[in-house]
Write a protein that binds this ligand. Structure first.
Ligand code: ATP
Ligand code: HMH
Length: 275
C-alpha cells in the first residue's frame, strides 16, 4: 500500500442528521473517537432533530456517483457502511458503486424507520436491499423490527431470533448482528451469527433512558472502524457493543425528544482507567 496514504480510513454511505445525533453525523463522530479517518458519501439530507424527522431530500445519481469516484481516485478506504438509503433507486446506485470499487468489508445497517417514526426507506427500497444490496454485505445489522421485515415474519423468542439470523444469512449477508435494543426487558440481548455458522449472544443491562437516538448508527460505525483497523469480525462486534453501551450509559442532555449519545464516553473511560 502507498505509505503516504496509509492512515486507516473508513466510509459511511448514508443520510445526514441536522440534529447531529444520528446518520452520517453519528457515524463520523464514532469513527473519529475510534481513531480512524472518517469519510462520507451523502445519499440524503434530513431536516431532523431529537424530536423527529421534519423533512428529507435524496440526492441525484450524478452527485452520488461522483462522491464514490472522488473517494476512489484519492483515498484508501479500508471498510465501509451504509445507513439511510431512502428508496430503491438509491439502494441500486449504492449497490453499483460498491460492486465497482473496493472499499473493504461492507457493513449494511438496513435503516428503515427512525425512532420518532419517520420512514427513511421506501418499501421498494427494502425489497432492493433484500434482493440485491445484501449480497455485498460482510455484515448486516438489523434491529428487531428490521429483522422481522427482512424475513417477513414475527420474531417472538430467542430461538426465533436465531432462525431469523439464519434466514437473513441465506439472503446473502456473510455475518448477521440482530440488535435487541427495542422493547423494555431488563436485559438487552443482541445476537451475532458468524459466517462459519457459530453464534453468540451479547447481553447488557438496559439503560432506562430516552437518550437513544443513533444507537444503531453508532454500533455499526464502531464495528466498521475496528474492521478498518484490522480486527476480525468477532472482535470488531464485541468492541462495537462496548462502545455503544458506554455512549448510552453516560447520558448527555441535548434536545427534547430521543436525545443523542455521548460519543466520547468510551475514550473518557479509557483515559480514566489509564491514570
Ligand atoms: N436502552 C438501552 N440500554 C442498553 N443498550 C441499548 C439500549 N438501547 C439500545 N441498546 C443497544 O444499542 C445497540 C443498537 O440497538 P438498537 O436496537 O437500539 O438499534 P437501532 O434501532 O438500529 O438504533 P437507531 O435506529 O436509533 O439507530 C444494540 O447493541 C443494543 O443492544
Ligand atoms: C439520517 C438518519 N440515519 C439514520 C437514522 C436512524 O438512527 C436517523 N434517524 N437519521
Amino acid at each position: 500500500m502507498n505509505k503516504i496514504n496509509s492512515f486507516p480510513q473508513a466510509l459511511t454511505i448514508a443520510g445526514t442528521d441536522s440534529g447531529g445525533g444520528a446518520g452520517i453525523m453519528a457515524d463520523m463522530k464514532t469513527m473519529q473517537e475510534c481513531r480512524v479517518f472518517a469519510t462520507a458519501v451523502v445519499v440524503a439530507v434530513t431536516a431532523q432533530n431529537t424530536v423527529g424527522v421534519q423533512n428529507f431530500q435524496a440526492l441525484s445519481e450524478e452527485i452520488i456517483n461522483d462522491q464514490f469516484s472522488s473517494l476512489n481516485d484519492d483515498l484508501e478506504i479500508r471498510a465501509c457502511k451504509s445507513g439511510m438509503l431512502a428508496d430503491a433507486d438509491h439502494v441500486d446506485w449504492v449497490y453499483q458503486n460498491l460492486d465497482k470499487y473496493d472499499f473493504g468489508p461492507f457493513v449494511l445497517d438496513p435503516v428503515m424507520i427512525a425512532k420518532g417514526g419517520a420512514q427513511l426507506l421506501s418499501d421498494q427500497g427494502i425489497e432492493m436491499i433484500k434482493t440485491k444490496l445484501i449480497k455485498l454485505a460482510t455484515l448486516i445489522t438489523p434491529n428487531m423490527p428490521e429483522a422481522e421485515r427482512l424475513i417477513d415474519d414475527k420474531i417472538e423468542s430467542q430461538s426465533g431470533m436465531l432462525i431469523a439470523a439464519q434466514k437473513i444469512q441465506k439472503l446473502g449477508a456473510k455475518n448477521v448482528l440482530i440488535k435487541g435494543g427495542h422493547g423494555d426487558s431488563e436485559t438487552v440481548r443482541d445476537l451475532v451469527l458468524l459466517e462459519d455458522g457459530n453464534y453468540f449472544w451479547m447481553d447488557s443491562k438496559r439503560v432506562h433512558t430516552d437518550r437513544t437516538h443513533g444507537t444503531g448508527d453508532t454500533i455499526s460505525s464502531a464495528i466498521v472502524s475496528r474492521l478498518a483497523l484490522g480486527d476480525d469480525m468477532r472482535s470488531a462486534i464485541l468492541f462495537g457493543k462496548d462502545f455503544v453501551e458506554k455512549a448510552i450509559k453516560n447520558t448527555i442532555q441535548v434536545g427534547h425528544g430521543h436525545g443523542p449519545l455521548n460519543h466520547w464516553a468510551y475514550n473518557l473511560e479509557q483515559n480514566k482507567n489509564a491514570i
